[in-house]
Design a protein around this ligand. Structure first.
Ligand SMILES: [Zn+2]
Length: 180
């Protein structure tokens, strides 16, 4: 029944990568295509692939089409490649019968976030005995996930903290309280 030591979970230096993606050298005019996930950067934001743009996005793309196109990794793909993360959610003491449901919820929650914003992504989900460790690309995504779980699953508590600058990574612990 020993709880998992923190060191078992992935830990690394985490640069603060915000949505503007200025740090990836893409804060310039023109287009950047991610060769990891097909996200496309223009108008200061990363969008889903070119085929999924809405009308005003397409129009804006049209205007930019004379500018040169660069290929690079988007911040989310870069983070995953470097084995970094910006949000960590440790779900502790998960009852065996709820494990599948928790995993399904986490995956679904992150998928919906990704559909809204291609930089919001589930990086990894791992089971360590009774605990589940989740890493994601955005600290806000991690804290939202923690709060949502607290509301959704009975008898849980959540603790959210943030690393100091420069990482600002979110550390979220959701704990299932035992009924014993
Ligand atoms: Zn990408």
């Amino acid at each position: 029944m020993a709880s998992q030591p923190r060191s078992k979970y992935p830990k690394s230096n985490i640069p603060k990568l915000r949505k503007g993606a200025e740090k990836s050298g893409s804060g310039q005019s023109g287009l950047v295509l991610c060769n990891g996930c097909q996200a496309v950067y223009f108008k200061k934001h990363w969008h889903h692939d070119l085929l999924k743009l809405n009308l005003s996005e397409s129009a804006s793309l049209e205007k930019n089409s004379d500018k040169k196109v660069k290929f690079a990794l988007c911040p989310a793909c870069q983070m995953i490649k470097n084995r970094q993360f910006e949000g960590e959610v440790i779900i502790k003491n998960v009852p065996e019968k709820l494990k599948e449901e928790v995993m399904r919820f986490v995956r679904g929650f992150c998928l919906r976030a990704y559909q809204r914003d291609p930089m919001d992504r589930l990086i990894d989900i791992k089971v360590f005995g009774k605990d589940i460790a989740v890493t994601v690309t955005e600290n806000e995504l991690a804290s939202k996930l923690g709060r949502k779980m607290k509301n959704l699953f009975n008898n849980t508590k959540v603790k959210i903290s943030f690393d100091h600058k420069p990482s600002n990574a979110a550390r979220v612990v959701v704990e299932f309280l035992s009924n014993k």
